[in-house]
Design a protein around this ligand. Structure first.
Ligand code: GDD
Length: 315
């Protein structure tokens, strides 16, 4: 089977490509021109066909679909850092919406089952009593990034209902692991710990809001959710992908400190706090589990240890 993964050299995209290869697929992926993939992706990219393409350019998605004729499409390309999305709001909205629009328009001409990866961020501020959050909760985005994902979902709804495209949407809760870039909490912490261990920085860890609670899933489990959702999910439906357990960022910091080979002092950095932060994001993935049998398998400590090992190689 031929699959097309947009953003194949990105964090989740690269892990999804590895899974697709294990599943026996012929893997094609788009990569943004001018963003060279990191060297550690070389073994993966030797087995993946890359299509340089800026999806926000009219006609680019149609050209790639015409070249690949994919039997499944996974749309992962886009801007995904929440924390910087207030400062970059115009770019986040432009890139995420134009890319989705052009891809969906191209799929109207060459239809194939398509997975849209959305985000738990679309739920916004949800009362603790109403969590774990089911898919039926209203979309009330409170960050520009979340707004872009909620708008993408409306596009998917239109193309599924009005244009009858077979689109499945997954609302991914937080996912972490090797290859995640800076701007996400566990990568930001792991990068600093690795720099301290390498003697490149004083033994101080800068953190933002550590009282927030998040529902973390290893990226390798998350991409399995994407694969299964498109294989077994119903077109037009939305599925949460989440572990069902929330931990504080403070607990994440504690695990990293216990993994570190040297003592490190933790300091709050006001620049790392957000204009609006979600105190708790905890997901109910019962619908995905019922449809596909998916369950995450990798424990949080393993994900964090693998993330730290990855940053120790990178710094
Ligand atoms: N990034 C970052 N860096 N976050 C920090 C830091 C820090 O140094 N210190 C504390 N935090 C807090 C944030 O304020 C937030 O409450 C929490 O850690 C998680 O932040 P992120 O890792 O940036 O993730 P997110 O929850 O905002 O968004 C992630 O999950 C979404 C799905 O739930 C991203 O992966 C999104 O792309 C994804 O859609």
């Amino acid at each position: 089977m031929r699959v097309l993964i947009t953003g194949v050299t990105g964090f989740a995209g690269s892990h999804l490509a590895e899974l697709a290869l294990v599943e026996g697929a012929e893997v094609h992926g788009t990569v943004l021109p001018g963003s060279p993939p990191s060297a550690d992706l070389a073994p993966l990219l030797a087995r993946t066909r890359l299509h340089p393409c800026d999806l926000t350019e009219p006609g680019a998605a149609a050209r790639v679909l015409g070249e690949v004729r994919p039997e499944r499409v996974f749309h992962l390309a886009g801007l995904s850092v929440v924390g910087s999305s207030w400062a970059n709001r115009a770019e986040v909205l432009r890139v995420n919406l134009e890319a989705a629009f052009h891809l969906l328009e191209a799929l109207r001409e060459l239809p194939a089952p398509c997975l849209l990866v959305s985000s738990a961020e679309v739920y916004g501020l949800v009362d603790e009593a109403a969590q774990p959050i089911p898919e039926t909760a209203p979309l009330r985005p409170v960050s520009p990034y979340a707004l872009s994902k909620a708008c993408q979902e409306l596009y998917a709804t239109y193309y599924a209902l009005a244009e009858r495209l077979p689109i499945v949407t997954v609302r991914a809760f937080n996912h972490i692991g090797p290859r995640q870039g800076p701007g996400f909490v566990s990568a930001d912490i792991a990068r600093q710990v690795a720099a301290v261990e390498a003697g490149q920085a004083p033994p101080v860890l800068a953190v933002g809001n550590t009282a927030a609670r998040r529902d973390f899933t290893d990226v390798r489990d998350m991409v399995r959710a994407y694969w299964l959702a498109l294989e077994k999910g119903l077109p037009g439906e939305v599925y949460n992908a989440a572990s069902g357990t929330a931990v504080t960022i403070r607990e994440v910091v504690e695990i990293f400190l216990s993994l570190a080979r040297v003592p490190i002092e933790v300091r709050e950095d006001p620049a790392r706090f957000r204009p609006v932060d979600l105190p708790l994001l905890l997901g109910d993935a019962g619908k995905l589990r019922a449809a596909t049998g998916w369950a995450p398998a990798i424990p949080l400590r393993t994900s964090l240890a693998d993330t730290l090992a990855d940053w120790c190689r990178r710094v």
